[in-house]
Design a protein around this ligand. Sequence first.
Ligand SMILES: O=C(O)/C=C/C(=O)CC(=O)CC(=O)O
Ligand code: CA
Ligand code: MG
Length: 427
Amino acid sequence: MPLYANNPDRKSWLHVDKNSDFPIQNIPFGVFLTRDDIVTIGTRIGDTAIDLGALHQLGYFIDIPLTDDIFLQDTLNDFIADGRKTWRAVRNRIAQIFDSNDKTLKENKSHKEIVLFRLDEIEMQLPVQIGDFTDFYSSMQHATNFGSLFRDAENTILPNWLHIPIGCHGRSSSIIPSGIPVHRPKGQMLPEGADAPVFGPSKSVDFELEMAFITTVANDLGEPIPIAEAEEYIFGLVLLNDWSARDIQKWEYAPLGPFLAKNFATSISPWIVTLDALEPYKVEGPKAIKPQLEYLQYKGKKSYDINLEVAIRPSGAKETVVSKTNFKHLYWNMVQQLAHHTVNGCPVNSGDLMGTGTISGPTPDSYGSMIELTWKGEKSIKMKDGSERTFINDNDTVIMRGFCEKDGTRIGFGEVSTKLLPIFKRK
Ligand SMILES: O=C(O)/C=C/C(=O)CC(=O)CC(=O)O
Ligand SMILES: [Ca+2]
Ligand SMILES: [Mg+2]
């Protein structure tokens, strides 16, 4: 099925600002609560949210084989499980309905009243019920920086790193959508020079700038996904902030990796931008430094040119951008990650979330976490309001944004914005 929805010349009859992340070529998927307290699946064009459940009930998807309630659900899991053919057919149809040359919905006032919402009339929810969350470690710069900061400046990249897309299993119960605040965690840590740990609020709460892909049902227990097919099982991407408490991490991570330092919260952006919409922004990734085993070898462009940035907004002040980087710097790409994840026969389900790992670029202003940007707090970052940061302060809001741009078309992710509250106190 052709990617009709990606036609760069199409204009919508809905208003779209020039710098919007959501032109008619995007057509992301999300879940929102409407002003009538109904949860529905929707999409977005410009600053208009579109109720796909209502559109389907009104007969706008009549010749696409969809169950009646596919969009009247709290999550996208069933729609995603229907597979790529269905995603494409639905995106193509949405492009047609909102094309400036199509008058069917445009001139039907009563239908428009049911289907269209302003953004301030809705509340975005988690788009999928996430069964399993995996976090990879695929940026060579990040792995090098971490090796140096946490371990040994002489042996930053461990010998396995150039051969395996390293990852770890995460926790899905604490994954939250943009806008939900997070409390500073408490935990065990070992003060500098001490020989016994103390318990208290983390003093080094950090973000990790990541993206994550969401999968469809891919394989049975025991069945690996060949790398050449991996792309078919990736529905789309979101921005991800892997909140991390560095003092807790430093003390607990040996030998099994981070545990409570990371599972207190992980924030994602609410609109899933499909892999189909990102197709025009494909680029080649970094060249392999060491030969890779056959199951990790791929053909064609498998990386994406996605501009990323992180800003910190102190309470009551203007935000300051603290990092700018790009998705294309990732050494291991998504098809390698998915092929590796399933090579032992581990099943992947609809709605699984796979974090790319922190995306650090090659220069010190493009690192994807505060511990790297401030080099473990040795240098601080000046905010626009004159205050300084080494890590995240109480009541700061961390905002991540991402977008692609080519030949005048911009496709973006919106943002994932999370406020860090002081430690939780029982009332
Ligand atoms: O090198 C380590 O010990 C751990 C590094 C991490 O912070 C793990 C992680 O979250 C992976 C990533 O985001 O790249
Ligand atoms: Ca991470
Ligand atoms: Mg996390």
